[in-house]
Design a protein around this ligand. Structure first.
Ligand SMILES: *Cc1c(COP(=O)(O)O)cnc(C)c1O
Length: 390
């Protein structure tokens, strides 16, 4: 059996006519940057996120960078981010001139641990970037409270969580600004790079849209030195078509995750707990094992592709060596980086495929190739519960 990690071909086949028509309309119109397709997508994406504004940009990294610039973050400032995330979260902080300050994650949900945030605040801190990792919102309420007490800006990294909800609110509209990536494999993916910034604040929206377009206030008048970070019309047209399917695709991802949950319930592979006040849109379905390399190579030999998100916590990345962190500084992130494995997930994955994957994993458990992990990250001894045949 061959199961890819993601399957963009199946998705394109299901919307080919709509997408091809939208692309043709842009080609016929010969307006490739900005214009009506961008306006329409920005309007629809703001409605989707339940925010007043959405500003299309070139990619998710730029979304974060421009959001930081729009709130005035720069040299001599510090910005707090979790260590267990994709590097772009922190690269954007460096791009702004500020210094990333890493905090640990919650061991059960893998999102930023709010209790570590307050301790990381210094007089230089200006912003906090919670990441809605794997598709599950970070615990925003305590983060917003700490931010409010210290007069800090909260910028959501929603690159993996388009459409996820926290206490009834869609991500992107919970903090001061929300940042999204439309990289092709994200839950909402363009056919190239793309990103967006969402906000309810008119002044911040104005600054982001100026910064993405050379700091323009009119064709040849520039109020600030900006960037060229626009979302082009072809990508906007594709995204607008795909946005109409996003809720359905997210529901299908949730269904796939429920099948995995059921099939792996007794395996002791500790998928992140979903908080009861949130919805999880399963950009990734992640499990843990103490024997990851073995686990991955055995699945690979059965035709099952897997991923690791992410193998090196940001505080230990060579790129951030200058920040002076050491092994042991953020133990929960370090344990996750050593043990997480992402199983295939995409809306079109079938129940039969999930059950075959779970069956292979069951074999590996019986053979002792896979060692499960307890909730506190320690390796469990084989117990009768999961390996005895029913
Ligand atoms: C994908 C991603 C980004 C960056 O988005 P790009 O569009 O690739 O620049 C940022 N943060 C997280 C958590 C991501 O997964």
């Amino acid at each position: 059996m061959q199961v890819p990690f993601v399957d963009l071909r199946a998705q394109y086949a299901s919307i080919k006519d709509e997408v091809d028509a939208a692309i043709r309309a842009v080609l016929d119109d010969c307006a490739y940057v900005g214009g009506v397709p961008l306006d329409h997508f920005e309007r629809d994406f703001a409605v989707y996120c339940r925010t007043r504004y959405a500003i299309g940009v070139a990619n998710g990294t730029d979304a974060l960078h421009l959001a930081l610039r729009a709130v005035g973050v720069g040299a001599d400032h510090e910005v707090i981010a979790p260590a267990h995330t994709f590097i772009a979260t922190a690269a954007a902080i460096e791009m702004s001139g500020a210094r990333p300050v890493f905090v640990d994650i919650d061991p059960e949900t893998y999102t930023m641990d709010p209790t570590g945030v307050e301790a990381a605040i210094t007089p230089r801190t200006r912003a906090i970037i919670p990441v809605h990792l794997y598709g599950q919102p970070a615990d925003m309420q305590p983060i917003l409270e700490v931010a409010d007490q210290h007069d800090l800006v909260v910028i959501e990294d929603g690159a993996q969580a388009h459409g996820a909800e926290y206490r009834g609110q869609r991500v992107g509209g919970i903090g001061h600004l929300g940042c999204f990536s439309f990289y092709p494999s994200k839950n909402l993916g363009a056919y190239g790079d793309g990103g967006a910034v969402t906000t309810n604040d008119a002044e911040l929206a104005r600054r982001v849209s100026q910064l993405r377009d050379h700091g323009r206030i009119s064709k040849y008048e520039h109020s600030v030195v900006g960037y060229n970070s626009r979302l082009d019309a072809l990508q906007a047209a594709v995204l607008r078509v795909k946005l109409q399917h996003l809720d359905e695709w997210n529901r299908q991802r949730q269904r796939v995750a429920a099948w995995y949950d059921e099939a792996l319930a007794l395996a002791g592979l500790a998928p992140p707990r979903v908080r009861p006040d949130s919805t999880h849109v399963y950009h990734l379905y992640v499990v843990r094992t103490a024997t990851r390399e073995e686990f991955r190579s055995r699945l690979e030999s059965e035709g099952i592709s897997t991923g690791v998100h992410y193998p090196i916590p940001l505080h230990l990345q060579p790129a951030f060596r200058h920040l002076g962190y050491r092994i042991g500084d953020l133990p929960t992130s370090e344990a996750a980086a050593n043990q997480v494995v992402s199983l295939p997930i995409f809306p079109e994955l079938t129940r039969a495929q999930v059950e075959s994957i779970a069956g292979i994993i069951g074999e590996l458990l019986r053979e002792g190739v896979v060692l499960p992990i307890s909730d506190d990250g320690t390796v469990l001894q084989h117990s009768d519960e999961w390996w005895k045949p029913a």
